[in-house]
Design a protein around this ligand. Structure first.
Ligand SMILES: Cc1ncc(COP(=O)(O)O)c(C=O)c1O
Length: 414
């Protein structure tokens, strides 16, 4: 990669934004053929059947009632106290893991990823995630002098590849003193995968086995989609498994209000640590505040305050949850429609349970995706597969798309 004036510092900065390019094509198709004839499955946000962004009106009400000073004032670096207080409930619901829990506000879930890597890995270290992953992980890691390494996410039986996961941790811990693992679940982006209860047990057992030699492991649970992974109340039931970990295994949960409270642009999130060791929890508070100060300083105050108001008012909280439930059910219906239709079309997908995305693995994914453009279907070729944002397309379109993908794969790959 050549730079004119800028310093690359190990980063690959191409300037090309694939998703933006495809979504421009989708917009052109809408202008040409009408929105009912276009499937824009590129957008990572919840969109209604008419193509409009869904915004929880109950959250809008809260925002509208803010006094000027409530949104204009700076927030403390680690977050406003009322927000810090409600965070364990907002993130963990009724399933709070055992241990010392400390929190630090971050601008969305993205901030948690950045701070976890910066605070718990060394320069040059590998950060581990699955081979299907949200591409900004790579940007965040390389931006601060780390790199991503991956394990194959699924085995030959389309189950989570527990063996590959463990082998890769062992391999990296032979070379490094510590390891940050980014684990995005439930409703993983881009696949929609959620581990079963038994798989979560195995994942915890693997972490304990790999940490038995005493090396430090930080398990970042990226729970950005937890409220749209099926049932938002039971989706959290796996969390207590991450309590009572040995001292050398730090668990960090990445809470995001972007999806669950439709606060995408309000940049409201938090990182929460779970540890048995009070000194490590206290240190978490100190180092994450420092990392925040050295990057974005403080976070948007109004988003924090809005969540604090909602979680401190049971009636309001019920209103928000009731409103959201309608959309959770809408997304589940889209998910089921896609699943049934994929089965009918004999289309192989990555195993999925819910969330915003489904991925269809295929060879020549760019060519297959371009073939789909001819049907006005716009997904994203993500290297080895096509990602379809079911969050952004109607149930009818979820029913229609799998057959079209199967036909496109057939045409391109024979
Ligand atoms: C896998 C994953 N993690 C985290 C996030 C965090 O998003 P935000 O920073 O908007 O909360 C996203 C958003 O798209 C995501 O897809």
């Amino acid at each position: 990669m050549d730079y004119i004036f800028a310093e690359g510092n190990g980063r690959v900065i191409s300037g090309k934004d694939k998703i933006f390019g495809i979504s421009t094509l989708a917009k052109e198709a809408v202008a040409r053929d009408g929105k009912e004839n276009v499937t824009n499955a590129t957008i990572g946000a919840l969109i209604d059947d008419n193509g409009e962004l869904i915004v929880l009106s109950s959250m809008v009400e809260v925002l509208k009632n803010m006094k000027p000073a409530e949104f204009a004032e700076y927030a403390p670096i680690a977050g406003i106290p009322e927000y810090l207080e409600i965070l364990p409930r907002a993130a963990f619901g009724d399933y709070r893991p055992d241990g010392y829990i400390e929190a630090c506000a971050t601008p969305g879930g993205t901030g948690t990823i950045r701070n976890t890597i910066s605070c718990y890995s060394k320069y040059g270290d590998a950060v581990l995630t699955s081979n299907w992953f949200w591409s900004p992980y790579n940007i965040i890691a390389t931006e601060i002098g780390r790199r991503i390494e991956t394990y194959e996410m699924f085995d030959e039986n389309e189950h989570f590849n527990l063996k590959g996961f463990e082998e890769k941790i062992v391999e990296l811990l032979k070379k490094q003193d510590s390891l940050v693992i980014i684990f995005n679940a439930p409703a993983h982006n881009p696949t929609g995968y959620t581990p079963s209860d038994e798989e979560w047990d195995e994942i915890v057992a693997i972490l304990k086995r790999c940490g038995a030699g005493g090396k430090k492991i930080t398990m970042l649970l990226d729970i950005a989609y937890i409220d749209f992974s099926g049932d938002s109340s039971t989706a959290r039931s796996f969390l207590p498994k991450f309590g009572n970990m040995p001292d050398n295994i730090l668990v960090v949960a990445g809470f995001s209000a972007s999806k669950g409270f439709t606060f995408y642009g309000l940049r409201t999130g938090a990182m929460l640590c779970i540890t048995q060791n009070k000194a490590i929890a206290d240190e978490f508070k100190r180092v994450t505040s420092f990392a925040s100060r050295g990057s974005w300083s403080n976070c948007v105050r109004v988003g924090q305050l809005a969540l604090a108001k909602v979680f401190n008012d049971e009636a309001l909280l019920k209103k928000v949850f009731d409103e959201r439930k309608v959309y959770e059910d809408m997304l589940s219906a889209r998910c089921n429609a896609f699943r049934e239709s994929a089965a009918a079309a004999d289309l192989r997908t990555c195993p999925f349970k819910g969330g915003f995305f489904v991925t269809v693995p295929c060879e020549n994914d760019d060519a297959v995706n371009e073939e789909l453009f001819k049907d006005n279907i716009f997904g994203v070729a993500i290297g080895g597969g096509i990602r379809i944002a079911i969050s952004a397309i109607s149930e009818d379109k979820c029913r229609m798309v799998p057959g079209k993908i199967a036909a496109a794969i057939n045409k391109v790959n024979g």
